[in-house]
Design a protein around this ligand. Structure first.
Ligand SMILES: C[S@@+](CC[C@H](N)C(=O)[O-])C[C@H]1O[C@@H](n2cnc3c(N)ncnc32)[C@H](O)[C@@H]1O
Length: 284
């Protein structure tokens, strides 16, 4: 059902200090929305207007106590600039992102690697750009996107009958979805998360993948090139996050420490920059 309204399902979210430490700086600076506010509570059904679209939200209360979107004054610089484009926000965001990474090529490569995946999860899906490509490339699949931002899936366009967005931390989501997915993606998340949390997060990711399933890991590689300087500026200044990137060896080591030596069966640089590294991991 192209063009229909995306469903955001908001669950209990953040509930302890361990999770709160994963909360990126760009999110924890939002007045009115702190990890503590996404408290365990009953799940209700309501609709909140997020900019120009009405989004039905099954919400843990009180995620957004007043039922409003995040006040513009509390947003990172990049978000304020993007939202100033109004109805063109999605197009502008896509164009800007394309100057750093071709999400279409990224998802095309993943689909060629795992063409038969039917249950797909994206962890840290943000506003839905990767899920949008997944929905197009996998017309038979059911796709779930989770993120801790209250803006989860906000810019998604496409077949919402098969795509579910949940504003929920992986720490809360995993225990209810053990071995539930054929394919799990983690794209450009870890450089926004403190390094001492990487292994814990990857262990949780692994638990959501069925035996024989696949894990697609996309990250930004630290290199001494112009692209890296521009990307650092974009991440640090525009999102406000305290980002830290690894080298290719760092990312490979982190993945192998959780999924096992030899588990990375594919490695590809996503255009247009060599810094975009995609690692394809087979889960035994
Ligand atoms: C740079 S965004 C990437 C968005 C998307 N994957 C993409 O490539 O367009 C990183 C996202 O990871 C999310 N994130 C960080 N820690 C998380 C956690 N523990 N559980 C779920 N999402 C998390 C952040 O909120 C942020 O939206």
């Amino acid at each position: 059902m192209p063009g229909a309204t995306p469903i955001l399902t908001t669950s209990q979210g953040i509930s302890d200090g361990r999770t709160a430490a994963l909360w990126p700086r760009g999110n924890d600076s939002l007045p009115g929305i702190s990890p503590a506010m996404i408290a365990p509570g009953s799940v209700g059904q309501r609709t909140v207007a997020l900019d120009s679209i009405n989004v039905p939200v099954e919400a843990a209360k009180p995620l957004l106590p007043s039922g409003r979107s995040t006040p513009a004054s509390s947003m990172a610089v990049g978000e304020r600039v993007r939202q100033a484009f109004g109805p063109l926000e999605g197009v502008v965001t896509d164009l800007y992102r394309a100057s750093f990474v071709s999400l279409d090529r990224e998802i095309e490569t993943i689909q060629r690697w795992r063409p038969t995946a039917r249950r797909i999860l994206e962890v840290g899906c943000g506003e839905g750009a990767v899920c949008e490509r997944l929905a197009r490339r996998y017309p038979e699949a059911r796709i779930t996107g989770i993120d801790i931002t209250p803006r989860t899936g906000r810019l998604f366009k496409g077949d919402t009958a098969r795509v579910t967005f949940r504003t929920e931390a992986l720490e809360e989501f995993t225990p209810r979805h053990e071995a539930a997915f054929d394919l799990v993606l983690l794209c450009d998340v870890l450089h926004h998360v403190s390094w001492d949390r990487h292994e814990g997060l990857l262990r949780l990711v692994k638990r959501t993948i069925r035996p024989g399933g696949g894990f697609a890991f996309k990250e930004w590689e630290r290199r001494t090139n112009l692209a890296h300087a521009l990307n650092y500026f974009s991440d640090r200044v525009l999102t406000g996050d305290r980002v830290r990137y690894g080298t290719k060896a760092d990312w490979r080591h982190t993945i192998e420490s959780i999924f096992g030596v030899g588990s990375i069966t594919g490695e590809w640089h996503v255009p247009p920059w060599p810094n975009n590294i995609l690692l394809l991991v087979d889960v035994p």
